[in-house]
Ligand binder design. Structure first.
Ligand code: CP
Ligand code: NVA
Length: 305
């Protein structure tokens, strides 16, 4: 039994296998109009402490299209760790569902779930990481540049946040270069970046505070909100600090012409990304969002079959 909580818990081979399964299930759906019901009789329980559009719909639709079932639980009714302990919630799920996914504030809630789970636990975003998103992002780069992304560069501009962390880790696992441009004080921790590089045979990770440098060799230019869920109190300060980190036409003029633009969404248009870039010819933002469905199928089929 395997969980999917963080990229670094898995081998490159396992992660590539999930991506291959995602592509295969997308092809099957396109060619035959539907998927084989591989997950018939299987139920996914979905817990949300934070809002979601893509993650919620992609997981529920993925279960439906694979012949399974999903139950969406709003945390106002469940009260993870408040109405009932996390351990007891999972002990109950162990006997009723076949997998659990959860979107939480504190990452430790996911590891606590895993400690008590006899069924797979999937990270649907925590304050620390968003591994399901990273799989869909890499799938979108594979659509553009081919399945082998060795040596390709993903440039992440903005906040060294949960999305950036999972991408840094997945890029390193796949032999890709990761460049990160953040204002001082908002980078991923230096020792963690060193550890990622060491664990992955000296993977290339470059950090700077200059977005123009970071995109110079990029195959994909990526940004995310400057104010993640749970950071609303810091909004005014963050908007000021990140003002020079917008992905706009001037920045894209510095990137190679073939570079694509990615954003995990939701986007705050006119803040971290302009309309011109998001709706422009280099944007792959909506195919990327659609790939969440296929990537989720890759994860679910791998963990549940
Ligand atoms: N990208 C992403 O996870 O979107 P949602 O927050 O809408 O699920
Ligand atoms: N970094 C963002 C990602 C949203 C999908 C957040 O955590 O709110």
């Amino acid at each position: 039994m395997t969980h999917f909580i963080d990229i670094h818990n898995h081998t490159t081979e396992w992660l590539k296998g999930v991506l291959d399964t995602a592509h295969a299930l997308r092809d099957e759906r396109r060619d035959r109009g539907r998927n084989e019901p591989k997950l018939a009789g299987r139920t996914l329980a979905m817990f949300f402490e934070k809002p979601s559009l893509r993650t919620r719909v992609s997981f529920e639709q993925a279960m439906y299209e694979l012949g399974g079932h999903a139950i969406v639980l709003d945390n106002r009714e469940v009260g993870l760790g408040t109405r009932e302990s996390i351990a007891d919630v999972i002990r109950v799920m162990n006997g009723m569902a076949h997998a659990v996914m959860a979107r939480v504030f504190e990452h430790r809630k996911l590891t606590e779930m895993a400690e008590h789970a006899t069924i797979p636990v999937i990270n649907a975003l925590s304050d620390t990481s968003h591994p399901c998103q990273a799989l869909a992002d890499i799938m979108t780069m594979q659509d553009e540049f081919g399945r082998d992304l060795t040596g390709r560069t993903l440039a992440f501009i903005g906040d060294g946040n949960n999305v950036a962390r999972s991408l840094a880790r997945l890029c390193a696992k796949l032999g890709m270069r990761f460049t990160l441009a953040t204002p001082a004080g908002y980078c991923l921790p230096e020792d963690e970046l060193k550890e990622i590089a060491q664990e992955n045979g000296g993977a290339e990770i470059e950090v700077s505070d200059d977005p123009f440098d970071a995109v110079a060799d990029a195959d994909a230019v990526y940004t995310d909100t400057f104010v993640s869920m749970g950071q609303e109190d810091e909004k005014a300060k963050r908007l000021e600090v990140f003002a020079e980190y917008q992905v706009n036409e001037q920045l894209m003029a510095r990137a190679p012409k073939h570079a694509i633009v990615l954003h995990c969404l939701p986007a705050y248009r006119g803040v971290e990304i302009t309309d011109a870039v998001m709706d422009g010819p280099q944007s792959r933002v909506f195919p990327q969002a659609h790939n969440r469905l296929h990537a989720q199928k890759g994860v679910l089929a791998t963990l549940l079959t």
